[in-house]
Design a protein around this ligand. Sequence first.
Ligand code: NDP
Length: 602
Amino acid sequence: MTQSEALSAEALADLRRRYRLERERRVRPDGAQQYVAAEARFGYYAEDPYAAEESGREPARDRVDVAVVGGGFGGILAGARLRRQGIGRVRVVEKGGDFGGTWYWNRYPGIHCDVESHVYLPMLDETGYVPEWKYAPGEEIRRHAVRIAEKFDLYADALFSTTVTSLNWDETSGAWVVTTDRGDEFRATYVVTATGTLTELKLPGIPGIEDFEGHTFHTSRWDYAYTGGTPQGGLAGLSDKRVGVVGTGATGVQVVPELARDAGHLYVFQRTPSTVDVRGNRRTTARDVGADHHGWARERRDNFLGIVSGEHVEDDFVADRWTSSAGLLEKLLPSFRRQDDRAALEAAYEVADAAKMNEVRARVEQVVTDPGTAERLKPWYRYACKRPTFSDLYLQAFNRDNVTLVDTADTQGIERMTARGVVVGGTEYPLDCLVFATGFSVGNSGILSGRLPVHGRGGVQLRDAWRERGPRTLHGFTSNGFPNLIQLGGTQSAPSVNFTHVLDEHAVHAAALVAAAEARGAVIEPSRASEDAWLAVLAEDAPDHEWFHAECTPGYYNGEGRGRPNGAYAYPHGAFAFHQLLQRWREESMDEVLATGTSARG
Ligand code: NDP
């Protein structure tokens, strides 16, 4: 389809029909219930394959200044920013065997960050590190996480391979009592939670999944003992194996080229194709990215965040497919709320979206030589329905003789598994190994999901306090009744595709709160009036995206097709504006949350 045809009313109507059809083929009555967690009989899927053998340690029973729950970039940055504020004892508690979070767990072959490394890796100005590739491999990112943790001396007090099991506010000592699955019970004057967003791996609840006698694992726990090789490839153990991979999201797109190269035969079980745009990874020099003065990294990531938050920005430093498609992802959606002529804007959006998706589909046709395979790899939905992906290797992999694409859309996923393999459309595909690239449960932290019970003043559990009328926070960080508890990266703040940038701004904020409370001998706790005022800000311009997601193919963006209700879940004007708001508030209004004494605030 040419660009001009795409813009005709008839072509747009055809697209709308096609998109509706593709959605209807995929919506399942069981929605998110189709997945099973890696618990109980599936618990072995979540075991840590990377942790070093640890001899037992004495349970911690002491008191620290700050307990940080989670040692991914959120927790590391909180620790680093707290250190910069001169806070002495900061204890990070982390489930994995080291720092790194997502980059600790995900070490699958081909892993890269698909956001430019010079804006994604935090604290480049502070550490003097300049990434060598535009899109860094996972191991480089994991090492950078360790670099920051070492520089700010976070190893000294950290507890690894340890999961926090409860947080209880103790009025008498004015501290949180932190318990863990390793028998620790220590006190912390402040708690910062940095428990991440997509952390709990999920498996498809395929009938017969337990009958399969071959080898299986999830991409976030890659079994190199079985496959051989490293994240850079060389999976020699697969050379004579029939390997299947389920899932073609951002992870599947990165892992498929590696499996295609090294497996005897690869079967890619696809349900919904991703949009696979140009990657253009390349080596970069310090000069290319303007790393010739202190502050270069901050300027670059501010520039990126401005563009993807829909701000008017003159220059585009990163200049990649995130920034060129920003209008379809974030820029235009918030602006629907600001414009009077909504119909005209929606029409313009649809035309721009169709042009982009036609370009994406045309690329499939250009790259994939077999027309039938190319047809099945074309995505039929709007660009922002699913997380976009980028690769110059993925589509090409389907031109290999040892790669077979198996479309599972008609059966809404793999039908069933047998002792020998996978069944789709009545055909059994015998396999030696099946890799699940099936993603993660959505839930911003263990707190909201109830996995991590938090009891504040009077023993009230945070989850119960929010059960009836939803979350109540000031800026997403602090809540009345839960003194000295700061949540990072959570609900009612402002997310962005460059999540480490968001986490760093949150870490700066958290550290400033703690430092101010220390300086004044105060407790951090917003009043209910402060929470109400914040809820009013969120509600005033709350996003109207229900219509959009209701027309999308299912996925974790839209509750597996059930829609994404409108509501005051995030600051409506984007992350860039949110960070400016936070800075102003720290300069002018921070006293609002600093109460002297530990009594309850009204
Ligand atoms: P996703 O949830 O995005 O993808 C899961 C995949 O599994 C989908 O293709 C899904 O199909 C498929 N699937 C699930 N169940 C079945 C089934 N029964 N039969 C067949 N297929 C099935 O997980 P990812 O791990 O790919 O990505 C999760 C997130 O992690 C990303 O969105 C991104 O935020 C982050 N990420 C970031 C990267 C980066 O470079 N920054 C790299 C990798 C991940 P369907 O779409 O039809 O549901």
